[in-house]
Ligand binder design. Structure first.
Ligand code: NAP
Length: 248
């Protein structure tokens, strides 16, 4: 029997992560999916056949338990778990929100990469692939966004450092940097305030989670000697993180 290639997607219970699970599964990957809302993962698994495992990337112990469940043959790791919390100026920053953002977007990504590195290195077939989901916030800033943009700037620094430290190893490192994507991102950021979340996309056409999941699949399918370092993908209606064209 031919073994399916194995992919791991964090933050798979919603948005970009869930859509990545769908596309990779359809392409023949065995996908292990992690997030805190296990019931959502189970529902996804029913539809696409992936394997749901509870994961909180903010916890070293949870990452240890999650990675223990994975086979040795992990070939693709999608570090997607994360998001933004709040929009307060620096002088009013909420310390708990900043800690939570650093825990998921930055430390979570580092924990997962550290835990899976030995497997990515020894079972490349012919190359392994790590994806770090950054953002246009990895290189642009906006008022009220410092906690999140600092996290995503850190993701950029980590992606570049991985490429330096892993030079000569069979592991590709790709950072995907989306602009506005309509997912639960803004709903989470604004604590469940539906009206405030939908106002983010008012009068403009945001990206969909499928648009971003397709960039991941496309990057995997390049020939093994090709590394897509970084892909910035914005809606046509977004020229910069804070420059949006909106219909009246
Ligand atoms: P989303 O719909 O809110 O999905 C976020 C996912 O991350 C959820 O599955 C959530 O699952 C998971 N997550 C959050 N904290 C976690 C933790 N501690 N442990 C495990 N999983 C965790 O938002 P999204 O837009 O798809 O976001 C995915 C990634 O894209 C994030 O890194 C985000 O920063 C980035 N991004 C989004 C946009 C955008 O406009 N939407 C733009 C640029 C970059 P649970 O709550 O079930 O754990």
């Amino acid at each position: 029997m031919i073994e399916k290639p194995v992919a791991v997607v964090t933050g798979a219970s919603s948005g970009i992560g869930a859509e990545t699970v769908r596309l990779l599964s359809e392409r023949g990957f065995q996908v292990f999916m992690g997030a805190r809302r296990i019931e959502r993962l189970q529902a996804l698994a029913q539809k696409y056949g992936g394997i749901p495992i509870a994961l909180d990337v903010s916890s070293t112990e949870s990452v240890r338990q999650f990675t223990q469940e994975l086979p040795d043959s992990v070939q693709v790791l999608v570090n997607n778990a994360g998001g933004a919390l709040g929009l307060e100026p620096i002088v009013n920053f909420d310390e708990n929100q900043w800690v939570e953002m650093y825990q998921s977007n930055v430390l979570g990504l580092a924990r997962m990469s550290k835990a899976l590195y030995p497997r990515l290195l020894t079972r490349p077939n012919p190359v392994s692939h790590v994806f770090n989901i950054g953002s246009v916030a990895s290189f642009e800033v906006y008022p009220g966004g410092a906690g999140y943009t600092a996290c995503k700037h850190a993701v950029r620094a980590i992606s570049e450092t991985m490429r330096l430290e892993w030079l000569g190893k069979p592991i590709r490192v790709t950072e995907i940097d989306p602009g506005f994507v309509e997912t639960e991102f803004s709903l989470v950021r604004f604590g469940g305030d539906i009206a405030r979340a939908s106002s983010v996309y008012a009068g403009m056409e945001p990206l969909t989670a499928t648009d971003i999941a397709e960039t991941i699949l496309w990057s995997i399918e390049r020939p093994p000697h090709v590394n897509i370092d970084c892909m910035v993908v914005r809606p046509l209606d977004q020229a910069r993180i804070d420059k949006i064209h909106r219909q009246a």
